[in-house]
Design a protein around this ligand. Structure first.
Ligand SMILES: C=CC1=C(C)c2cc3[nH]c(cc4nc(cc5[nH]c(cc1n2)c(C)c5CCC(=O)O)C(CCC(=O)O)=C4C)c(C)c3C=C
Ligand SMILES: [Fe+2]
Ligand SMILES: [Fe+2]
Length: 350
């Protein structure tokens, strides 16, 4: 017999025995998916990560025959060496901040969801480790036949959310015995999320005093994605509007910008660093910056914002720059997010 293209399942000795009725579906699986990060702050590790990430057609939309030679030469020869010292500056004892803080959220969710062992929370990275396949293998090994996929992006973008969905679907496409799957799309105005952001801002203001302005810096995208129908920009604006509402009379302090531009194309504007420079030159003295699109602190927040943007603002005459950390493993956030996830599992409880 020719070998099947679908993965063989572990042998079931009772395959032909009458099944006890009803057959349970096992614990419910919750799979958090974040972007991914290098395994180590070294050029070799960063190179592997960038090649996988930047070969994704959902991320770089120009034709591969044009892009791959640029990626394999210009990008991959220089960028890993430039990034290694930047990653080293933010690296934690336990590893890359993106991974460590994502794990903390996963643990918090497991505590809130898994008390009765009915829910198992797994964490995967779209690029690098732990891979989507390894995390889904682990959930399947625990008996999960139903999985809710939770992209760690409150705002939907094709280059983040959709590619996570594609990866999960590609894994399922190899299976003979597929799990039942559900996917969260966006939660950009979820009250638990907006409340957690507002609480974090209030805590920060209680400790450090009020700023002149609060900048919400979201990861950017090429501007052309808006015309192509990506709802990301609107999702970000809705988050900002919801937070303004939640901050009441202080909501007018909130502004929006977009960071982490990559390549020569025009991206969503206003850009974060030029905005901060212009503000300092205009006489704005105290700014707070927060990155609500990132659920876990990472290179783009801890280094680009907290270090580079701080230097830019202060070098133009700004007096005080304060970075408000991402929600990471915040206990109240984990509790609120867990209750949203529980609602999304409705109908699946056995
Ligand atoms: C065209 C390139 C890129 C698009 C589109 C893009 C979208 C996008 N990215 C995030 C979240 C993260 N990006 C991170 C790093 C990062 N992003 C790009 C490029 C694009 N991102 C690159 C090349 C890199 C690597 C670092 C660098 O070279 O500057 C990270 C941090 C990873 C880490 O290890 O800490 C995150 C998180 C979102 C949310 C998004 C679209 C909305
Ligand atoms: Fe990015
Ligand atoms: Fe970047």
């Amino acid at each position: 017999m020719p070998e099947s293209r679908f993965l063989a399942e572990p042998q079931d000795p009772d395959a032909f025995a009458p099944a006890p009725a009803p057959r349970p579906h096992g614990p419910l699986g919750v799979l958090l998916v974040n972007l991914g990060t290098p395994d180590a702050p070294t050029p070799a590790s960063i190179r592997r990560y960038l090649i996988e990430f930047l070969s994704d057609r959902r991320v770089i939309e120009i034709p591969q025959w044009l892009w791959q030679p640029i990626l394999r030469t210009v990008v991959v020869l220089r960028r890993p060496h430039a990034l290694a010292p930047r990653y080293r500056e933010i690296w934690l004892e336990e590893g890359s901040p993106l991974l460590v803080y994502s794990q903390r959220l996963a643990q918090g969710l497991q505590q809130h969801l898994g008390g009765e062992d009915a829910v198992r929370v797994g964490l995967a990275m779209r690029y690098g480790n732990p891979s989507v396949a390894s995390a889904m293998d682990a959930l399947r090994a625990q008996g999960c036949e139903r999985m809710l996929v939770v992209p760690m992006y409150p705002q939907y973008a094709a280059s983040t959310t959709a590619t996570a969905v594609d990866k999960v679907a590609a894994y399922a496409a190899r299976l003979r015995n597929q799990p039942e799957l559900r996917f969260l799309k966006r939660y950009n105005t979820l009250p638990a999320y907006i409340d957690a952001l507002a609480e974090s801002v209030r805590r920060h203001w209680d400790e450090h005093g009020m700023p002149d302005r609060l900048l919400l810096s979201f990861h950017g995208l090429p501007r052309v994605t808006v015309a192509r129908g990506d709802p990301y920009h609107r999702d970000c604006m809705e988050t900002a509007q919801a937070l303004r509402g939640r901050l009441g009379p202080d909501g007018h302090l909130v502004h929006v910008s977009f960071q982490s531009r990559f390549g020569a194309q025009e991206w969503l504007k206003p850009y974060t660093e030029p905005t901060l420079r212009a503000w300092a030159r205009e006489g704005v003295q105290r700014v707070d910056v927060m990155c609500p699109g990132f659920l876990a602190d990472c290179l783009e927040t801890l280094e680009e914002i907290q270090m580079q943007c701080r230097d830019a603002f202060l070098s133009e005459g700004g007096q005080a720059f304060r970075y408000i950390p991402c929600l990471n493993g915040d206990a109240r956030w984990a509790e609120g997010f867990a209750s949203f996830i529980r609602q999304s599992l409705a109908g699946w409880q056995t």
